[in-house]
Design a protein around this ligand. Structure first.
Ligand SMILES: C[S@@+](CC[C@H](N)C(=O)[O-])C[C@H]1O[C@@H](n2cnc3c(N)ncnc32)[C@H](O)[C@@H]1O
Length: 193
């Protein structure tokens, strides 16, 4: 699916974010499904919807984009003879209004394995972990896209360490550069600040 640039007027950084997410997911799914694992879990930890324009199909949200992208890869590979490929979606959202929209979206997608977690991601880590690691050898891709840097990173990094998979952490550098210590204490990496 091609992203519709018209849905991203005034929020071009989200267009780039979604383009990157789409391309990364596509490549990861092709590789995983053709070798490592028949089960691909996609965790959208800070799912939204958030400032989207397409209020009908929510095509300009990370969770809808991930669903279309991964289902497309699964369908193509299934037609090529790969059997029993499964994509599972675990979405989490804290804001009640966004959560209601996310739940309505999930309910409308009856053909998909979607679980929605309500509340802070940090408070749902064990439930999400259980809903991903219940299938042995499954692969989990976690998308972490908070607004700002107001996340409790320690339990999140521990969650990521315990899961077999990859993570895409999206943040604005200006949000982690203000601690004044010359390095980022949260992620423990040398960052110019
Ligand atoms: C930047 S937006 C996500 C945008 C979405 N990933 C996308 O690309 O379409 C961040 C979302 O996280 C939600 N949020 C904020 N703090 C949260 C938390 N601790 N746990 C889960 N969701 C949270 C906000 O309500 C908001 O909807």
């Amino acid at each position: 699916m091609r992203l519709n640039i018209n849905h991203y007027q005034g929020r071009e950084q989200s267009f780039i974010k979604h383009l990157f997410l789409q391309k990364y997911l596509e490549n990861a799914a092709y590789k995983l499904f053709q070798g490592r694992s028949p089960v691909f879990n996609f965790v959208d930890a800070f799912a939204g919807p958030w400032r989207n324009s397409d209020s009908e199909s929510l095509s300009d949200t990370s969770f809808a984009l991930a669903l279309t992208t991964l289902e497309n890869v699964r369908g193509i590979l299934t037609n090529l003879g790969h059997s029993n490929l499964r994509v599972r979606f675990r979405f989490c959202e804290k804001n009640p209004e966004s959560l209601a929209k996310l739940q309505a979206f999930a309910t409308s997608k009856t053909d998909f394995d979607i679980k929605v977690f309500s509340g802070a991601f940090e408070d749902n880590l064990s439930g999400i972990q259980a809903a991903c690691s219940d299938v042995r050898d499954s692969f989990t891709f976690t998308f972490i896209d908070p607004t700002g840097w107001n996340v409790d990173s320690r339990p999140i990094f521990s969650f990521l360490k315990d899961l077999r998979g990859e993570v895409l952490f999206n943040f604005m550098s200006e949000h982690v550069k203000s601690c004044g210590m010359g390095w980022c204490c949260d992620i423990g990496r040398a960052l110019p600040c």
